[in-house]
Design a protein around this ligand. Structure first.
Ligand code: GDP
Ligand code: MG
Ligand code: ZN
Length: 286
């Protein structure tokens, strides 16, 4: 399934081309990227009978609900840009959510034409060593550097609105016509012009999914162990603190703090971990 319009889902088939489908009954938990079995009902139309088991399901969570964004993706690309203001907190949350789903992630540092771009690159410089490549580009002009990373992958583009996801899609697929938000920069905030995820197949193999902008990304459903094991920079030190339930704050013989002191873990990563931990503690106290 590559696009949803209300209760209708566009499904690509090898033999019948693209079909406009509905689901049986009232269940509509079909997600962009799903592989489905369907019955042809009339030319160009079908009914989705079942959804194949997913290899991954990327969800966004906020205070109120969990919403599936895309199924079967093989990697997540998080788009950041210096304007409108980007959030490193949100970037780290997306990286953690990808890692928790065992999905590789990469960072697209967009809008390289803006003068604040080098400062943003400095801020994301710690991530390649954690296994997250940073690809610097200008979506409006040249996206060549990104293409080798996309081949034969099903890549989900996520990020705050206004970062340039739809512009990237339009540069990759000149016929895509993804709705670009033109007024966001002046207001220093995004407007959600992309309302549903949509999949675009790449000619060279693979596909890209554009998704609606994220403004927050709660991770309070994750346990402390989930969080720690989704932080590649923490992994080598886990289990090495004196206390098994060490919170890496002021405990003696804390392996994580030692790694921070010696520069092996960035202190902003420990800060991030502690924010997530206290958020989860607050939630379980409710
Ligand atoms: N200067 C500059 N602006 C860009 C670039 N890419 C996108 N934009 C602008 O950023 C705004 C938001 O883009 P859009 O693709 O809608 O972002 P989305 O919300 O992430 O899909 C639009 O005004 C784009 O023209 C870029 O590389 N450089
Ligand atoms: Mg968009
Ligand atoms: Zn510790």
């Amino acid at each position: 399934m590559f696009a949803a319009h209300g209760r209708h889902f566009l499904v690509h088939t090898a033999t019948e081309g693209n079909l406009e489908c509905v689901t049986r009954g009232r269940k509509s938990d079909v997600v962009c990227g799903d592989v489905v079995a369907l019955t042809l009902t009339s030319p160009g139309q079908g009914v989705i009978d079942s959804i194949q088991t997913r290899t991954s399901l990327f969800k966004r969570v906020d205070m109120y609900r969990t919403k599936a964004i895309a199924a079967n993706v093989t990697q997540v690309a998080i788009v950041v840009a210096p304007r409108p203001s980007w959030s490193e907190e949100l970037l780290q949350r997306c990286l953690l959510a990808a890692e928790n789903q065992h999905l590789p992630a990469l960072i697209i540092a967009n809008k390289s034409d803006l003068q604040e771009h080098p400062r943003m690159l400095d801020e994301v410089a710690i991530y390649p060593a954690l296994g997250y490549p940073v690809i610097s580009l200008c979506a409006k002009e040249d996206i060549q550097s990104l293409l080798p990373h996309l081949k034969d992958e099903l890549t989900l583009l996520v990020g705050q609105s206004g970062m340039g996801k739809s512009t990237l899609i339009n540069s990759m697929f000149p016929n895509a016509n993804a709705s670009v938000n033109v007024i966001s920069e002046a207001l220093d905030s995004g407007r959600h012009t992309t309302t549903h995820s949509r999949l675009y197949p790449l000619e060279e193999g693979g596909a890209v999914i554009d998704s609606p902008g994220l403004q927050e990304f709660a991770l309070s459903h994750l346990t402390r162990d989930d969080i720690e094991s989704a932080m590649p920079d923490f992994r080598p030190y886990l289990g090495q603190c004196r206390f098994r339930d060490c919170r890496h704050q002021h405990e003696p013989d804390c392996a994580i703090r030692k790694a921070v002191d010696s520069g092996c873990i960035a202190s902003k990563r420990l800060g991030f971990f502690q924010r997530l931990l206290s958020e989860n503690a607050a939630r379980s106290a409710i």
